[in-house]
Design a protein around this ligand. Sequence first.
Ligand SMILES: Cc1ncc(COP(=O)(O)O)c(C=O)c1O
Length: 439
Amino acid sequence: MSDTLALLGGRPVVEEALKVRWPMVTDEDRAAVARVLDQGPLWAQSTDAGLFAPEMNALEHEFAQFLGAKHCLACNGGTAAIHMALAAAGVGPGDEVITSAFSFLATPVAVLHQSAIPIFADIDPRTYNIDPADIERRITERTTAILPVHVHGVPAEMDAINAIAGRFGLTVIEDACQAPGARYRGRHAGTLAPMAAFSLNGTKNFAAGEGGLFVTSDETFRARANMVRMVGEVLPATDHSMAFQHLVAWNYRTQEMPSAFARSQLRRLDQFNAQARANGDLLTRRLAEVRGVEPQHVPTHCESIYHKYRVRLSADELDVPVRGVPFRDLVQTALVAEGVDAVTWLEAPLPAHPIFQRREGYGRGYPWSIAHAGYRYRVEEYPETQRLVDNSLVICSEPHPIYCQPARLIEQYADAIVKVFSQRQALLAAAERSIVRQQ
Ligand SMILES: Cc1ncc(COP(=O)(O)O)c(C=O)c1O
């Protein structure tokens, strides 16, 4: 390994050729999609028994079985699946839904789709998941649901969350978009609450390009979510009298080709997750020895699928004068120069995003204008989320996520991190001379 940092002219540690592109497409995947084109149909058709599409229906059945849930409804995105669940729960205009300040924007936006108000809770600094104690502090008479996110593939603390929901009569919906195959006390994420949503977006461990999966074991929730997916339509199972019912709903239907592709990928999901875990564990072992770096923490009662592997940078443990974002950016620049896919993913806690700061919503302040006209999202109420985004990096990113990389690449990523942290004085000196900023 060359000692000089790549940023300062040394040889990068990482061999680019080792990186594997995601998703991994096999002959079986190609044959599955070709079968749809050869045999059709291409889309879901309305029948007396509901939506009929052989690939979509088989995917629903197989994913429900994979999780150990009763029902699954395939739709066109994880955002749609969250929205279907919120609507099925009866969340309505002006209701409050408590969710994590550390998630993808789609989580709170799905709440706005139901004209409800996202109320953010701060995170547990160890797992980066929503902090149950902060959920409880934020419950009001308008709260109707809790929407925990299994962020980065680590299940949220569901026992505590379900206990709070039970005490206050709230519905829990799991945002399991980043956690297909993750487990909490031996049970799959997606079966830990009355309803759950998964994403089949091309970046996920379970990828179909785009798509979503709504999951429940409750027949009433299934029926309501099905209506929301299908522009409010209910088709009679027993008579043929076209007895449609209508409510305000959306067209969230999916298609046969991505469903066929997803079924084929599902057969290898356990294998991808096992590779993610092996690579995640390898990074954790290697990084445990690096002062100033905190590996991703996974509680012993949880099994992560490492959708993302996040390291926290602790400048306080080091002899460096730079802290927070400038230190993170410096480390990121140095790691990228060494060939490491190091990214921030989220630049700020969700409450800091313009849609929440301006509360324009659909226009004229809706839905906040219903009952929350004076409500303000205060970023300073989320110190743990802020600390995390300012002081951490995701190692491995699209299009080369951790679940399909060879161990040799992960070893090189660890070598690069060791190199950058052992050369931090050279890095800081270069930053002072503005060498880094000019790169
Ligand atoms: C935590 C989380 N929630 C929701 C979504 C939305 O899923 P989709 O992009 O399939 O709509 C995503 C990912 O994209 C996500 O990571």
